[in-house]
Design a protein around this ligand. Structure first.
Ligand SMILES: [Zn+2]
Length: 278
């Protein structure tokens, strides 16, 4: 039985899908000799989550960091560990996953796979499309989806970027230096696929000056930047989350309303960017 069908069978068409309940139920059916026995909230120094084989109990356990203020993060982390169980349990008997691994920011293949698994499991594409159909995209709209699926706003934004037909880019930065980014396929078509890790964020971007910005700014709806701030030839609407927990700023850039198709915009600071940031 497919995972989501199993969930529907037991819980009906309800959201959020609770990754922990589903992991325990599914593993018992599929692998009764080696199931996931428990899902426990437990502080894991330096790790966001883990999946461990317990030889004495002959079962697996999922551990996840405690986030009383952000329960959505736990659900996604559990989904990620469940992904390791489904896809990788024959490869290793201990998986330890960092914050960046559970957001898919790491290059390691099994981490990306576990992340994709959690993303598809908890945020089904068809339902997500329905939620944002014909909507003016704001952080509030995406936060509504995050709460529907029981995941963090960051996880919801990354999922949306993957399927949206709008031209959008999400940029993760630390101390004003671009750390990681992901673009929608449409943004890539327009030629925005040129950001580089280690480049400085534009000086006038909202992410760099979130609190002192002279722009009239509703941070949930975003700030309209003229051409020349983020991209030489295109306007961009920038929405920003400052994530103290991740120690990062996360900028969501919407660019498709304004760019002309014939233009290929280049990030302004690319040519005088800094050396690669490690
Ligand atoms: Zn992992």
């Amino acid at each position: 039985m497919k995972l989501v069908q199993l969930w529907r069978h037991i819980h009906g068409s309800t959201y959020p899908i609770r990754a922990g309940d589903l992991a325990v139920e599914w593993s018992r059916q599929v692998s009764p000799d080696r199931p996931i026995g428990e899902v426990l909230a437990q502080d894991l120094p330096g790790f966001e989550g883990g999946l461990f084989w317990l030889p004495t109990k002959k079962e697996w356990v999922i551990l996840h960091a405690v986030h009383e203020d952000a329960p959505g993060r736990a659900n996604f982390t559990i989904g990620h560990e469940f992904g390791h169980y489904v896809l990788h349990r024959s490869l290793e008997d201990a998986f330890r996953c960092s914050q960046s691994a559970t957001l898919g920011l790491e290059a390691k293949k099994i981490e990306r796979e576990a992340d994709l698994f959690a993303s598809y499991l908890l945020m089904p594409n068809d339902d997500f499309r329905e939620q944002v159909k014909d909507k003016h995209i704001t952080l509030d709209v995406l936060a509504h989806c995050a709460s529907r699926y029981g995941v963090s706003l960051t996880a919801a934004i990354l999922k949306w970027i993957d399927f949206t037909e709008r031209s959008a880019i999400v940029v993760f930065a630390r101390e004003g230096i671009l750390h990681w980014w992901r673009a929608s396929s449409s943004a890539k078509r327009y030629g925005f696929d040129q950001l580089r890790e280690g480049m400085e964020l534009p000086a006038r971007s909202l992410a760099v000056q979130p609190r002192t910005s002279s722009y009239h700014s509703d941070s949930r709806d975003g700030t309209e930047h003229p051409a020349g701030v983020w991209f030489r030839d295109a306007h961009a609407r920038e929405m920003v989350i400052i994530s103290d927990r991740y120690d990062m700023s996360i900028s969501l850039l919407m660019i498709d309303d304004v760019v002309r198709e014939s233009e290929v915009a280049a990030p302004l600071d690319l040519l005088n960017g800094l050396p690669a940031f490690k």
